[in-house]
Design a protein around this ligand. Sequence first.
Ligand code: GTR
Length: 335
Amino acid sequence: MAILKKQGLDRAALAAVAALGLAAASGPALAQDQITLRSADTHAEDYPTVQAVAYMGELLDGWTNGRITIEVYPGRQLGEERDTIEQTIIGALDMNRVNLAPLNNIVPETAIPSLPYIFRSVDHMHRAMDGEIGQQIMAALEPHGLVGLAYYDSGARSFYNTVRPINSPADMEGLRIRVQNSDLFVSMVEALGANATPMEFGQVYDALRTGVIDGAENNWPSYESTRHFEVAPHYTLDQHSLSPEILVMSKIVWDGLSAEDQELVAKAAALSVPRMRDLWNERVAASREVVEANGNEVVEEVDKQPFIDAMGPVYEQFVTTPELQDLVDRIQAMP
Ligand code: GTR
C-alpha cells in the first residue's frame, strides 16, 4: 500500500516511533498521508466495472480532499485475473475487480452464486447478494487474504460458438468451450457434453479465430467488448450463470487502514454499486445493438429446462458440506 511507502517508513519503524510515544509522528502526521489504492480490471476503460471503481475513487478523493485516491489499471495492464488475484492476496496489489468464478477454486463459498441456474433472475440474485448471503460469502474471503467491498452486476452468461446454433444440450456435444479458471465451470460444460478448456480472458479471441476452441460463454457486454461476436457468431441465450462480479481489497492493505478510512472505503464502494447498475443496463442495451447490427444469429427463445436438468452433477460436485447446502437452500427459498 502506498501509505507507508510514500512516507519511507516501514511497519517496524512506525511501531518504534509509536513505542517512543511520538504521538505526533504516528497520529496526526500519518493521518495526512496520501493513500493511493491501485486497482486492476481485465476490462477496457469504458466498461461499467472500470467506471464504477473510478467513480468510487472520485468519491474518496472528494471526501478526503485528495488524501485517498484510487488508480484503476484497466485492460489487463497488471495481468490476467489469476495473476492479479494472487497479487492482491499477497498485498502487492491493493484492489481488484474480478468475476466470482476465478475465486471458486480458492474460496468454496464463492462457487454457490456461480452455480448454474441457482438464481431465477437478476432480481433474485440482487436480493441474495445484497443481503445476508452476500455478506456471508464476503466474510468467507477473509481467511484467504481478501476483503469483499462490492458485488457488481454481470448479467447472464450464455454460450457462443463458431460452429452452429445451440438449441439444446445435444448441440453442445463435442464442442471445445473456453471457460474461466474455475473447476465449477469445467464441470458445467462437461455436464452438457462439451469439452471445457480453461483459459485466460485475453487469449480467447485468438483461440476462437484460429480454431483452438469452438466457443466460449459470456454476457452481452463481454461478448461485444472483446469482439468475440465477430469470430463466434452463434449466440444462444441459455443464461446458465448469473455469477456476479466482485470488487476485493487485499486484507493486508485493509488491515493497514485506520478504522475511519475503512469506513470511507466501504461507503464509497457501496455507493458505486447503484452507479454500476445504471451503467451496466445501458451497456447491455448498447452491446446488444452492436451485435445485432453485425447480423449475428442469436437464439433467444431457448428451452432452458434440459440445460437445468443436466446440472445435477455440478451441484453434487460443489455443494459438498452442510454449510454450502444451507446457502443453496436459503437462496432457492428466497421469493
Ligand atoms: C467477464 C467478467 C470478467 C472475466 C471474463 C471472463 O464477464 O467481467 O471479470 O471473468 O468475463 O470470462 O474471463
